[in-house]
Design a protein. Structure first.
Length: 389
């Protein structure tokens, strides 16, 4: 493997050269069944023909225009994305490049909204312990996991964490004199696939509405259909003030988005925010394919069925190494009695790609286009690995 990259990733010993559907191939021609989708990015799998066609056709026109101007494909993508998020109250969108960038944008909107309406010192952003919102200094400040903080302080001021599920702590933390926004993941991904309870989400929405605190949902990993609704927060029946998206939104092309509801839609003024590559035509062309595919009739109900099959097979084993199975749709976490990373290594050797989340959790985020046969094949490989662990 190349020795020119900074040592930022615990890489497994493989280099891929091509892919198709739920499969990747290395330089020696060995095939691997992909239960990771690039950590929820390649939601339609690899080399998905309509995605390849859209990106190729757009590249033959132009790859980029600066944001002094607009492109037809970015306008179409933005309109379709806002419409997809309208059920939770979204009206306008800012397009960027990544989840961290999207979350920074949402925090900026929350702080400016609060400053305009209530003056200074009402700028705190509350998030949850176990959360993950990005790796910039500010989005690390919003991330409630100490393991990501080591060596990088001091952090951006004005962030605090509370335990998920604790309604009294939530009530106390959302002090209207000092808090601008509440940033939540409906399902915490990086800490092990932990869905928030419906009563907790309902209370959060109620407190924020009563106190005019912006309710922000980070849907970077759990959005774009991953859990069976276009947005994970849709299933809770609440409205949001801000939504952030990235990962699967363009099926593998870098993209990020901040969507805003009625209160927040017009907070940003000219020059308040920007992104050189935001609204990139290639990402927009790919994003249109993702939106059209995911919103097609029965697509998400079929995704839910696949997720249920996944969990049913895992449960049927009653495996002594499996302690708990969590998740919704095709976002699944499995707690095991042994360390997760050696299982990932053995899975790679067997031709299966899986993820971890913390020390003892296996994480599965397969492409939406995976077949029943591929689910069964991958899980049979996993069972053999756990049997021998």
């Amino acid at each position: 493997m190349a020795d020119v990259f900074m040592n930022t990733y615990h890489r497994l010993p493989v280099t891929f050269v091509s892919g198709e559907g739920a499969w990747l191939r290395d330089g020696a021609g060995k095939k691997y069944l992909d239960f990771t989708a690039g950590i929820a990015v390649n939601c339609l799998g690899h080399a998905y023909p309509p995605l390849v066609k859209a990106i190729s056709e757009q590249a033959a026109k132009f790859n980029h225009v600066c944001n002094y101007y607009q492109s037809d494909v970015a306008e179409a993508f933005a309109e379709k994305l806002v419409a997809a998020c309208a059920p939770v109250g979204m009206r306008k969108v800012f397009l960027g490049n990544s989840g961290a960038e999207a979350n920074e944008g949402a925090c900026k909107i929350a702080r400016k909204y609060s400053l305009k309406n209530y003056g200074p010192r009402r700028h705190t952003i509350v998030s949850l312990k176990g959360s993950f919102h990005g790796r910039t200094i500010t989005t690390l400040s919003a991330t409630g996991q100490e393991r990501f903080h080591r060596d990088f302080g001091p952090f951006t001021e004005g962030f605090r964490f509370i335990p998920p599920g604790d309604l009294e702590a939530l009530d106390r933390a959302l002090a209207p004199a000092s808090v601008a926004g509440l940033l939540l993941e409906a399902i915490q991904g990086e800490s092990g696939i932990f869905p928030l309870a419906p009563p907790y989400i309902a209370a959060a929405a109620k407190f924020c509405a009563e106190r005019d605190i912006l309710l922000m949902f980070d849907e970077i990993q759990c959005g774009v259909g991953r859990t069976g609704t276009f947005l994970a927060c849709e299933a809770y029946g609440v409205k949001a003030d801000l939504i952030t998206l990235a990962k699967g939104l363009s099926g593998g092309v870098p993209v990020g988005a901040v969507l805003a509801g009625e209160k927040a839609a017009d907070v940003f003024a000219v020059s308040d925010h920007g992104s050189t590559f935001g609204g990139n035509p290639l990402a927009a062309a790919a994003g249109l394919v993702v939106l059209e595919t995911v919103q097609a009739p029965h697509f998400l109900s079929e995704l839910v069925r696949k997720g249920e099959r996944f969990r049913k097979v895992l449960t049927s084993w009653q495996h002594p190494k499996i302690r708990e199975i969590r998740g919704q749709g095709l976002m699944i976490g499995v707690d095991i009695t042994t360390e997760a990373w050696p299982v990932l290594e053995r899975a790679l050797a067997a031709g299966l790609l899986i993820l971890s989340a913390g020390t003892h959790t296996l994480r599965f985020l397969p492409p939406y286009t995976i077949t029943d046969a591929e689910i069964d094949q991958g899980l049979a490989l996993l069972k053999g690995i756990l049997d021998k662990s």
